[in-house]
Design a protein around this ligand. Structure first.
Ligand code: EPZ
Length: 414
């Protein structure tokens, strides 16, 4: 329940990156030792992936609120996939990790947010190029290999998931694997840094050519997850949306450049420090055009939040989705709040209105849900958001953090 109209002011600290940690935890399967992972966000996706690994024989323990110790030495080769895999997208990283470790993986087609078709052909192409055979029995994917041998793999589309999955499968393979046209997201670099800290030999992560020299063994160590780019962006947009003044702490400003640049175009003041960013909102918001793209472009995972902000800008903005087929489900909810948005295929034409009006709305997906929270903060009156479990998958204590910034927000019973 959000009562709008409060300017957000103060400081907020960003948690560890969801999309990095959901790759790093399965990557622990490849490690012959104990991994200590720091700056782990307390979100549902983490709890699910940890439980899946525990069900496979891993020993995992939170030694404090954000430090996860995970020992996968006694993980068993799987015979049947865990039903929990359907609950999250990142369970498909178990394919690469199990294939890399046991040369055999059996995983259920993953769940997660629904943005139209979410094919995994590039993951399969990568595994096959390394020497695996991959087959799909209804919704179960089975990958098997006698040997995994490094090779050059050109991705037909820039894909975060397949870049990560191929890295996982190739780390212990024989010889050298090169992933060309690789995705460059900060979480890809984070996974490579984690694996290298455990003894892998990966170069070029963060560029479009990643070179992985197979090693015989990874051993344990300590690694700290990067801050969450999208959580930081969500607070930055919320500050601008409420005409507030917020210091967003624990960020890597370089990761925020595309978001900062758009907020400045819209009219907000953005001040970068070493590891924090201050956003000051302005009275009038200018319309802007945005196309979401793979990193370093404007992230698709910030599209609902920025469209929500633009719904009260002074003119017409065009927002084109450049990654997913269908990521505008949440727009129907904004329309209930009085927004004027027309979606035509992959483009949203956002005509700014004077204000949004509180209404009962639904979190259609994780980031769409974050958009609804921002809408509620901006709106006149009260907004009731249902299906907030989507938000809990990827944001740690979102309402507590907003409350600390002065928002009038609370959670009805679970
Ligand atoms: C990751 O999804 C993120 N999820 C998504 O974040 C994010 O929206 C997306 O990357 C893009 O940045 C996780 O990291 C767990 P992709 P992923 O493979 O890996 C096509 C969030 O809100 N494609 O980069 O599944 C695909 O259809 C979530 O935190 C193929 O055609 O995305 C899409 O159009 C939602 N074949 C494009 O590539 C493939 O084999 C990018 O997908 C794989 C992908």
């Amino acid at each position: 329940m959000v009562k709008g109209g409060k300017r957000l002011c103060g400081e907020v600290t960003v948690s560890g990156a969801k999309n990095a940690v959901v790759a790093v935890i399965p990557a622990a399967i490849l490690v012959d030792g104990v991994c200590v992972v720091e700056n782990v966000p307390n979100i549902k996706d983490v709890r699910v992936i940890v439980t899946i690994l525990e069900n496979m024989g891993a020993v995992a323990e939170f030694t404090d609120a954000t430090t996860l110790t995970i020992d996968c030495r006694h993980v068993q080769k799987q015979t049947e996939p865990d039903a929990l895999m359907r609950k999250m997208r990142a369970s498909y990283y178990l394919l690469g990790a199990l294939l890399g470790r046991f040369h055999s993986a059996k995983v259920t087609m993953p769940g997660g947010c629904c943005f139209g078709t979410r094919p995994i052909d590039q993951h399969i192409k990568g595994f096959e190029a390394l020497g695996a055979t991959v087959r799909q029995d209804s919704d179960v994917i089975v990958a098997e290999a006698e040997r995994l041998v490094g090779t050059s793999i050109y991705l037909d589309t820039v894909s975060v998931g397949s870049t990560i999955n191929i890295m996982l499968a190739a780390v212990l393979a024989e010889g050298v694997t090169v992933i060309e046209n690789a995705a460059k997201e900060p979480h890809i670099v984070d996974l490579a840094n984690f694996l290298n800290a455990m003894g892998a030999n990966i170069k070029g992560a963060g560029t479009d050519a990643i070179k992985i020299k197979g090693v015989k063994r990874l051993s344990g160590g300590t690694y700290s997850i990067i801050p969450d780019q999208i959580e930081a962006g969500t607070f930055m947009v919320a500050a601008a949306a409420t005409g507030g003044n917020v210091l967003v702490k624990n960020v890597i400003p370089k990761h925020m450049e595309s978001i900062s640049a758009k907020l400045v175009e819209i009219g907000a003041k953005v001040i970068e420090y070493d590891d924090s960013i201050r956003v000051e909102g302005s009275e009038t918001l200018s319309p802007v055009n945005i196309k979401t793209q793979p990193y370093p472009g404007f992230p698709t995972d910030m599209q609902p939040q920025i469209v929500t902000l633009l719904s009260v800008a002074n003119g017409i903005s065009l927002v084109r989705e450049g990654v997913w087929d269908n990521r505008f489900q949440y727009v129907g909810e904004l329309l209930r709040m009085g927004a004027n948005i027309r979606v035509d295929g992959k483009t949203a034409f956002v005509t700014g209105v004077d204000h949004l009006q509180g209404a009962p709305v639904r979190a259609t997906d994780l980031r769409g849900g974050a958009g609804m929270v921002i809408a509620g903060l901006m709106a006149h009156g009260t907004t009731e958001i249902t299906d907030v479990e989507h938000i809990d998958r990827g944001y740690e204590d979102l309402e507590t953090k907003f409350k600390q910034l002065g928002a009038d927000i609370h959670r009805e019973n679970d």
